[in-house]
Design a protein around this ligand. Structure first.
Ligand SMILES: [Ca+2]
Ligand SMILES: [Ca+2]
Length: 283
């Protein structure tokens, strides 16, 4: 497929999108080819799934199956907001169809939230049609570029909270996600980027970062969700540090039919206290 070849040589600096690629994207946006998958978010204290992050996949036979390629294409073809809108609709509908327990963590960019064309009533309409209420949805603010207007974003998130939605700050410590946004928006949840969780069991510096982030979270009334947990050791260490919530392959993969309960091994490990090793001390 020509679009695959074009994607393989995709350069972020390209100014004009290659037409076949945009045509593929337009077809995806017009059809039923976007699919939602869901990854569990786990409460460590009672080893329970308390919600799911909704993630998106393109058609399985296309280079646009990967969300990374899908969103890169949308950016190049100036269809980011249209893609986000389609993803929101698919994710809300599928979450309701699957009757998953707990909250749906729904990715939304600050740009989408602030766009004059963004219609909150439309999202609420889809939710009502699916039988969901705002109390069941956590808006995951995912920054892919710097936030321009903090005051406006604060206003927008306050508006959503008034409607019953909760707010999460995504990917703390990665890319543009920053402490200022945490301070300005006072989110209900802060999702800690996988950089800080992967290998934490044997990294004293990462453990200290997590303790400090925990302290800020405690002071501001936020709960930290550790992302990217892929090993039993890292899970035990994060649990031992007092982190309350986590997400990652070790707890459950993103799937079209996701797990509804934790593996017994994970449940047992969460019940047993196990401190971090800290083999590499803070220099
Ligand atoms: Ca996210
Ligand atoms: Ca994330």
């Amino acid at each position: 497929m020509l679009a695959n070849l074009i994607l393989a040589s995709y350069a972020p600096t390209a100014v004009r999108p290659p037409a076949p690629w945009c045509a593929d994207l337009a077809a995806i946006l017009a059809g039923p080819d976007l699919h939602a998958v869901f990854q569990p978010i786990v409460d460590f204290a009672d080893a329970r799934i308390v919600g799911y992050e909704g993630l998106i996949r393109g058609p399985s036979d296309s280079a646009l199956h990967s969300p990374l390629n899908l969103f890169a294409a949308a950016e190049q073809c100036q269809q980011l907001l249209a893609l986000e809108r389609a993803c929101r609709q698919v994710t809300l509908r599928r979450f309701a169809e699957l009757r998953l327990q707990g909250a749906l963590f729904l990715n939304i960019s600050p740009q989408a939230l602030l766009d004059p064309a963004f219609r909150p009533g439309e999202t609420l309409g889809w939710m009502r049609a699916a039988g969901l209420s705002p109390e069941q949805v956590v808006i995951e603010l995912t920054e892919t570029r710097p936030v321009g207007d903090y005051a406006l974003l604060r206003e927008a998130t306050a508006h959503y909270r008034d409607m019953g939605f909760r707010i999460a700050l995504d990917d703390l410590g990665e890319g543009f996600s920053n402490l200022r946004l945490w301070s300005e928006l006072r989110p209900d949840y802060v999702k800690l980027d996988k950089y800080f969780t992967q290998g934490i069991a044997s990294d004293a510096a990462k453990q200290q970062f997590v303790r400090s982030i925990q302290a800020i979270a405690h002071a501001t009334g936020a709960r930290v969700i550790a992302e990217g947990i892929e090993t039993a050791d890292d899970l035990a260490c994060l649990n031992g540090l007092g982190l309350g919530l986590g997400q990652g392959y070790h707890l459950g993969r993103p799937l079209a039919q996701p797990a509804r309960a934790l593996d017994e091994g994970v449940t047992a490990a969460l019940a047993a206290f196990s401190p971090c090793h800290a083999a590499h001390p803070w220099p």
